[in-house]
Design a protein. Structure first.
Length: 237
């Protein structure tokens, strides 16, 4: 199954997760990684070192403790899980130090911004970006992908229709100085970030791991993102 040739074990990817969050379908992350020749390793155990892993995947989940970026919680902010925040930040910092490829999804995208010194809009008013409150189905909207970014290379398009399941966001005024905005929604939210100082660090606000049956074009685009992650990992071996 490895992309390095017959008999080569697949590269191992640390999947940072603290617990099984309802609606996050954690098995989907495993499936997407294996489809592109990567072997996921469960990193829900605090203090576990990244030894033997060639990349890091940060998953979706609950809100990040706003104290980490110097703010009090907004009324809509979920109760903090500071242990998860600190655990994942430690994993991310180690991955950045070792220049491992990082793919950060939804909460992970937001965590990258916080790790680099940015902050978050704690609630997007109106609910246009959140999953349906009753059915938990994703909403969809377009994002504009900036030229001269890794995402533009991955997708080869100026626009992409993506799913949306979040109520917090990275905004232009809260973006960390060390990150490049790679995609934005029509209402101006930063939907993807990249780090120019690292080999391959990409955060996306949407959920490329989810199977969205009505949108085969999104599925194909998501596959390309995971393939690019796998290629970055292989190039560093």
């Amino acid at each position: 199954r490895g992309r390095g040739g017959v008999g080569t074990p697949p590269p191992r990817v640390a999947v940072a997760r603290w617990e099984d969050v309802p609606g996050e379908r954690l098995a989907s992350y495993w499936q997407r990684l294996r489809e592109v020749g990567l072997e996921p390793v469960d990193f829900s155990e605090p203090g576990k070192p990244l030894v033997g892993c060639a990349g890091l995947l940060l998953t979706g989940g609950v809100d990040i403790d706003p104290a980490l970026y110097g703010e009090a919680p907004a009324p809509q902010t979920q109760p903090p899980e500071r242990a998860r925040d600190e655990f994942e930040l430690a994993l991310l910092r180690r991955a950045l130090e070792d220049d491992l490829p990082v793919l950060a999804i939804c909460r992970g995208h937001q965590l990258v911004n916080v790790c680099f010194g940015g902050s978050l809009l704690q609630h997007v008013a109106g609910g246009a970006h959140a999953a349906d409150a009753e059915t938990r189905a994703s909403r969809f909207h377009e994002v504009a992908i900036r030229p001269a970014t890794k995402l533009r290379d991955v997708y080869g398009a100026e626009r992409l229709r993506v799913n949306s399941r979040h109520h917090q966001a990275v905004t232009a005024d809260r973006l960390a100085a060390g990150l490049t905005p790679a995609a934005a929604s029509p209402d101006g939210l930063i939907e993807a970030v990249e780090s120019a100082a690292h080999r391959w660090v990409v955060g996306v606000q949407w959920h490329p791991e989810r199977e969205e049956a009505e949108t085969p074009a999104f599925a194909a685009a998501s596959r390309r993102l995971f393939e690019a992650f796998a290629t970055a990992i292989q190039d560093g071996r």
